[in-house]
Design a protein around this ligand. Structure first.
Ligand code: HGY
Ligand code: MN
Ligand code: MN
Length: 410
């Protein structure tokens, strides 16, 4: 039964909202690696895929996988997908929209078979919330999920390996999660998560590259003491030192073109009003389209932390959590995406993504491309995150065009 694009776009939005109900928290959305709500999410998506004759499976890294066969056996495959995990207090579209759009594209084929198979993938962990290590799902797809990844532990001391086992999966089967050698390409639809498309009044963008990112944890070690009896000049206040450093981080980022730097989380111990904090842990997330500019900024911000700590009589140490270089998307695929965006009646905008995506992991192994949808208000990683139904309609039309183009060029 042919469904018109508007109806299908409306269904995409409803489905994203439905998946947003599967959360670890009451009243807000948080769905982390192999949590119980992730299983509900898998079940719901599987219920949409079964009528297409697809039998979805969960691979050993917890990725949802479903293969839509080609016209002929032995044909190569195109991967389409994004991530199903979220940040805490998330919006309903980051990651999930790319998976739900992939389902809608399979439905729009109405049983038609192409010269290539299409494998839908819903990645299990892109944000890195539970284990402070992003991309666990896509790393498994490219065969790069290492023993050190599996040994990472969450706040309860549970390792990635144990989380996989308690979800009923088997780490020994991780090699089987790697994508097959006959993979043509990887395509990811995603919300822009920033203000560019809205400021330009455009629906869709071609992502030419994804900015690199460095994530670290800094630990300021001072001297806890009594808040009432310790004179100001005798203090080694770890939180005051961190505060001075955080202001310096913001100042440095503001005056460096193209640089963004964020201290997203801070924990002060012992964390009570009448004790001078002796121990502070703070995260730092640094991004730039140029790897040189990013690594230079990380070195400068690290030196600043050391200088502030020394002046205040504290110690400071840092741990690297993630070092992800900037990654260009595949030029041929980006050209095809641009053509498809035009064919969908939109003016294509080319841009670099400030946000990280699974495409940056896949791009190291297969030609990868991304299509952005406008993010109203540029708001993301927040319940106010949204997409416009008309843009979803355009994304579907672009996706169908793209499949037709790739089929005719196969
Ligand atoms: O943090 C990011 O760039 C993405 O949302 N994981
Ligand atoms: Mn995100
Ligand atoms: Mn995302």
């Amino acid at each position: 039964m042919r469904v018109d694009l508007r109806t299908r776009a409306g269904q995409v939005l409803q489905r994203c909202q439905k998946l947003a109900l599967f959360s670890e928290d009451a009243g807000s959305l948080r769905r982390t690696f192999l949590s119980a709500p992730m299983r509900d999410c898998h079940r719901e998506i599987a219920s949409w895929l079964q009528p297409l004759g697809l039998s979805p499976r969960i691979d050993a890294a917890g990725n949802l996988r479903a293969l839509y066969p080609a016209a002929a056996s032995g044909a190569p495959r195109l991967f389409i997908g994004s991530h199903l995990d979220t940040v805490p207090n998330a919006g309903a579209f980051d990651g999930v929209l790319g998976v739900v759009l992939a389902v809608a594209l399979l439905e729009s084929l109405d049983g038609k078979r192409l010269p290539f198979a299409i494998e839908l993938v819903g990645f299990s962990e892109e944000e890195g919330v539970r284990f402070s290590t992003p991309f666990l799902g896509s790393l498994a797809l490219v065969g790069r999920l290492s023993e050190s990844h599996l040994a990472k532990t969450d706040s309860r001391g549970i390792s990635v390996r144990e989380a996989i086992e308690s979800f009923g999966l088997h780490p020994a089967e991780l090699p089987g999660a790697a994508m097959s050698r006959d993979t043509l390409a990887f395509l990811e639809f995603h919300i822009e998560q920033g203000p560019a498309l809205e400021n330009l009044g455009l629906s869709l963008a071609v992502v030419d590259a994804i900015s690199g990112q460095t994530r670290l944890e800094f630990r300021f070690s001072g001297r806890a003491n009594h808040a009432g009896t310790t004179p100001m000049d005798l203090r080694h206040d770890a939180l005051a030192a961190a505060a001075e450093w955080i202001a310096a981080v913001e100042r440095e980022a503001r005056r460096t073109p193209g640089l963004v730097a964020t201290v997203g989380s801070i924990q002060a111990k012992p964390g009570v009003a009448n004790v001078i904090p002796g121990d502070v842990r703070a995260t730092l997330d640094v991004r730039h389209a140029s790897d040189g500019a990013r690594t230079q900024a990380v070195a400068k911000l690290t030196h600043l932390a050391e200088e502030i700590a020394a002046r205040r009589g504290l110690a400071v140490a840092h741990t690297l959590l993630l070092e992800q270089p900037a990654i260009p998307m595949d030029p041929f695929l980006s050209g095809q995406i641009e053509t498809a965006i035009r064919a969908a009646g939109c003016k294509p905008h080319h841009m670099t993504s400030g946000a990280g995506h699974d495409a940056m992991i896949l791009a190291g192994s297969v030609p990868s491309g991304m299509i952005f949808l406008r993010t109203p208000g540029g708001i993301s990683h927040d319940p106010a995150e949204s997409v416009l139904p008309a843009d979803v309609e355009k994304a579907l039309e672009c996706g169908m065009q793209l499949l037709a183009q790739l089929a005719s060029s196969s």
